[in-house]
Design a protein around this ligand. Structure first.
Ligand code: BES
Ligand code: ZN
Ligand code: ZN
Length: 505
């Protein structure tokens, strides 16, 4: 969908017009009269009570009046003014665009952003949230469905008569649109990568997409194959793909800002293109959903796809360890002991806890080769995190309070809810082993998300300087929100949060 700002309201040719209404608007006739056009007012007055302005509620009004060029108006509730925030704007935008789609609209005009004049929320943020939520709602993974060209919304026009007025409002609206379009495009890329069936998105194919993204954004890229990883001593990473005919790829993309970087961040995304569980095989039911086990890698690549345009003042290195976890004759067996590139030994007690094995080497690589100020990893890591927080909230674990807050605040700002999970001494102890430096699962049935994190933290500390941890590590477990059971397609969750994190000043 193309989003534009239009200041000349007389020539517009849209089928539907979106307008946002607060609950308070409906309680004051004179306010309502000033706010909506006569045909809309007529319906609202005639059918009192059918629309209360509750958040996300919609009402379609057919207009046969010359005062509005559109044939239909979609009113969307914005709720109460004192509860209005960016999440409410997202919810209202989602609801409105969904209704427009149901009405068969192709070109949509919107006045939703005008609510900016009634709240302290910056108009740029409002417009950005509108664009992101609308694009998100209209997403479909339908490339494999044969059908006549379906009616889709082609244009969304932000109707802004004040576009040229002094005060720079037009500038702000345009900037909200352009950053909203950019993040939407990044999230769409992440969703496409996560949605693509594993047989057509192998580690090698994923790496070729990464190559394209790097090229388009003038970024440095390294793609390490089996041999290069073996030379570096990444036994843990390589262990996971031993049972697969599709060879692993370890992708590193670097963005370096023009000036002196304010800091250096490494973002790492779990890229298991398919997780059968390996020899600790998963049940047949639902196994097909494990194509989304590459959602972390998809999110970090999405972030890199915005670098050319966003040009943040921090250095960003993206690492995507890509493997397929299969059961072939060479598959790693439970009981195997492998080493990460920094030399930490891991006993693999369950081959289905594979994400941490590939992330461990990525973290070791980050510490040893990149010397970053902070490391953030994002991964569909544990079912335990879904048990704890459900499908909509990601779990955040960290050795650093400031970084944990930073991640959770960024998530809140962009509508990706996250909650911190505590990590205790006992959790760290749960991955200790008598035969190796660490084991890849914790205590059965206890704090599974934290056990995953504890292994990563241990390898990071070892890689850095034994027992002297310094680099902050933030771990985002997206096993739930990467693909909630209620959703038809993976979500690209985390893309927006990470874009925000590398861009805040
Ligand atoms: N990829 C899964 C985690 C997952 C679960 C992702 C649900 C998305 C939705 C991960 O590799 C896994 O299998 N984890 C195991 C770990 C266990 C063996 C310690 C789990 O959570 O059961
Ligand atoms: Zn697994
Ligand atoms: Zn997995």
């Amino acid at each position: 969908m193309k989003v534009t700002a239009v200041s000349d309201l007389t020539t517009r040719k849209n089928d539907v017009l979106i307008d946002g209404i607060l609950e308070e608007h409906l309680k004051h006739p004179e306010v309502l009269e000033a706010k909506v056009d006569p045909p809309v007012l007529k319906v609202l007055n005639k059918e009192q009570g059918i629309f209360q302005g509750k958040l996300g509620q919609t009402l379609v009004i057919r207009t046969d009046d010359k005062s509005i060029p559109e044939k239909k108006v979609v009113l969307v509730g914005l709720g109460k003014v004192n509860e209005l925030d960016l999440n409410a704007i997202r919810e209202a935008s989602t609801s409105a665009i969904k209704t427009c789609e149901k009405e068969g609209a192709k070109n949509v005009g919107t006045l939703l952003h005008e609510i900016a004049y009634e709240t302290p929320i910056p108009i740029q943020d409002i417009v950005q949230a509108m664009v992101e939520a609308s694009n998100y709602e209209l997403y479909k993974f339908d490339k494999y469905i044969r059908s006549e060209s379906k009616s889709k919304i082609k244009n969304l026009m932000v109707l802004a008569p004040k576009l040229k007025a002094p005060g720079g409002i037009g500038e702000k609206i345009r900037s909200g649109i352009s950053i909203g379009n950019l993040t939407s495009q990044a999230q769409t890329l992440a969703r496409d990568l996560a949605s693509e069936p594993s047989d057509s998105m192998t580690p090698d194919i994923f790496a070729s997409v990464a190559k394209r993204v790097a090229k388009e954004n003038d970024l440095e890229i390294e793609i390490l194959g089996h041999k290069a990883c073996k030379q570096l001593g990444m036994e843990s990473f390589l262990a996971v793909s031993k049972g697969s005919n599709n060879s692993p790829r370890f992708v590193v993309i670097r963005y370096i800002p023009k000036g002196k970087p304010r800091e250096k961040i490494v973002i790492i995304g779990k890229g298991v293109t398919f997780d059968s569980g390996g020899l600790s095989i998963k049940p047949a039911e639902g196994m097909e959903t494990m194509k989304c086990d590459k959602s972390g890698a998809a999110a970090v690549l999405g972030v890199m796809s915005t670098m050319k345009e966003l040009q943040p003042d921090v250095a960003v290195t993206m690492i995507a360890p890509l493997v397929e976890n299969m059961t072939g004759g060479s598959a790693i067996k439970p009981g195997a002991i492998v080493k990460t590139m920094n030399g930490t030994s891991i006993v693999i007690l369950n081959t289905d806890a594979e994400g941490r094995l590939i992330l461990a080497d990525a973290i070791a690589y980050a510490v040893m080769k990149e010397k970053p100020d902070k490391i953030i990893d994002i991964a569909t890591l544990t079912g335990a995190c879904v048990v704890a927080l459900g499908d909509d909230i990601a779990g955040v674990m960290s050795n650093d309070n400031k970084l944990a807050k930073e991640i959770i605040n960024a998530g809140n700002a962009v509508g990706e809810p996250m909650w911190r999970l505590p990590v205790s001494k006992e959790h760290r102890k749960s991955v200790e082993s008598k035969v190796a430096d660490v084991q890849n699962i914790g205590n059965r049935g206890q704090a599974g998300a934290q056990a995953g994190y504890a292994l990563l933290e241990k390898v990071k500390n070892d890689a850095e300087w034994p027992n002297k941890p310094t680099i902050p590590l933030g771990h985002i477990d997206i096993a739930g929100p990467a693909w909630p059971k209620k959703d038809p397609w993976p979500t690209g969750f985390g893309t927006r949060t990470l874009i925000r994190l590398v861009n805040k000043h």
